[in-house]
Design a protein around this ligand. Structure first.
Ligand SMILES: NC(=O)C1=CN([C@@H]2O[C@H](COP(=O)(O)OP(=O)(O)OC[C@H]3O[C@@H](n4cnc5c(N)ncnc54)[C@H](OP(=O)(O)O)[C@@H]3O)[C@@H](O)[C@H]2O)C=CC1
Ligand SMILES: O=CC(=O)O
Length: 295
């Protein structure tokens, strides 16, 4: 039986998540080649040292690859990479696939998917749940929607980057699901930080609160992981606060469009906006704790 040729894969966006995800593709040895691009080109160097190829534009990556993945900051970054000069659209063609794993809204994803389809390419959205450590460990949860053939084709890549993937239907469904998930996460983090702040003001040990929460029905890995960062008020970024605020903003816009009241998420969004205004945008999203602190 003829051997199935290995895919040539590309990766756009080597931030906290993208670097780890591209590295896992590279380390797996499952692909004929891994080609990377990042707006700030210096960030390609570590992966190139490990065996990746590097290109100067998104179009050059797409031109050389069967499937190109992207993990970019937000809707404007995702659109820029596709529609900008020497963007994905300049090189996408029949036989090529594009998988955008960034967290964006449905309108962004749909616009990208339609443009790719117009050029004969296949498009899949694949936002992920899980932060820096799950990305390094290849343990992300992948929410995918769009072209089912492309979804099937990239299973080997998804298996390397994640622990489970879900095919949710037509383009937009994964973007919506990811925003709902992150709306819950942002609201939980906001409530947790308020609890930590109130405990402190009320003369209680925050470590005791953490332990008590951890033993009951509210126990969850996020409180256990972020609690110590909050207690030390030191927030090295795993999930940058500006991205969590972007996700709350996009989830609230989805709620507006569907006439769904979201008062808890709206309040959490205000706390994240406040923390951003106080200079914590690039710190971990646990820094929303700083919004609870009054002078
Ligand atoms: N960190 C996390 O825990 C998780 C993040 N996500 C989502 O994944 C995506 C990436 O997150 P993360 O890796 O943390 O983010 P980072 O801020 O670390 O990286 C963002 C990436 O986007 C690139 N970028 C930003 N603006 C542009 C632009 N206009 N044109 C081209 N490239 C651009 C950056 O390039 P440059 O290096 O040049 O700035 C960088 O490669 C986001 O959508 C986020 O919401 C999802 C799950 C978990
Ligand atoms: O989007 C962030 C995450 O941790 O998931």
């Amino acid at each position: 039986m003829a051997e199935i040729p290995k895919l040539r894969v590309g990766f756009l966006g080597l931030g906290i998540m993208g670097e780890a995800m591209a590295r896992n593709l590279l380390k797996s040895g499952l692909f004929a080649s891994v080609m990377v691009w990042n707006r700030t080109m210096a960030k390609c160097a570590p992966l190139v040292a490990e065996g990746a190829q590097c290109a100067e534009t998104p179009a050059a990556v797409v031109d050389s690859c069967d499937v190109t993945f992207a993990m970019l900051a937000d809707p404007s970054a995702a659109l820029e990479a596709v529609f900008g000069d020497n963007g994905v659209l300049a090189a996408i063609a029949p036989g090529k696939g594009y998988v955008d794993m960034s967290t964006v809204d449905e309108a962004t994803s749909t616009k990208i998917g339609e443009a790719i389809a117009t050029k004969g390419g296949k498009f899949l959205e694949g936002p992920v749940s899980g932060s820096k450590k799950p990305a390094i460990d290849g343990q992300l949860i992948i929410m995918a929607a769009g072209d089912k053939e492309l979804y099937d084709l990239v299973q080997s890549a998804f298996n390397v980057m994640g622990k489970k993937s879900f095919y949710l239907g037509t383009t937009g469904a994964a973007a919506r699901m990811k925003l709902v998930v992150n709306m819950v996460m942002g609201s939980m983090m906001g409530a947790f930080c308020e609890g930590m702040a109130l405990a402190d003001k009320a003369g209680l040990e925050q470590s005791a609160l953490l332990e008590i929460l951890g033993l009951g029905a509210m126990a969850n890995p996020m409180f256990a992981l972020k609690g110590p960062a909050i207690m030390s008020r030191n927030y090295p970024p795993a999930f940058p606060l500006k991205h969590q605020q972007k996700d709350l903003r996009l989830a609230l816009a989805l709620g507006d469009a569907l006439n769904q009241p979201l008062p808890v998420a709206a309040a959490a969004n205000e706390a994240f906006k406040n923390a951003k205004a106080k200079g914590h945008a690039d710190e971990d999203f646990a820094a929303v704790y700083e919004a609870t602190q009054q002078k």
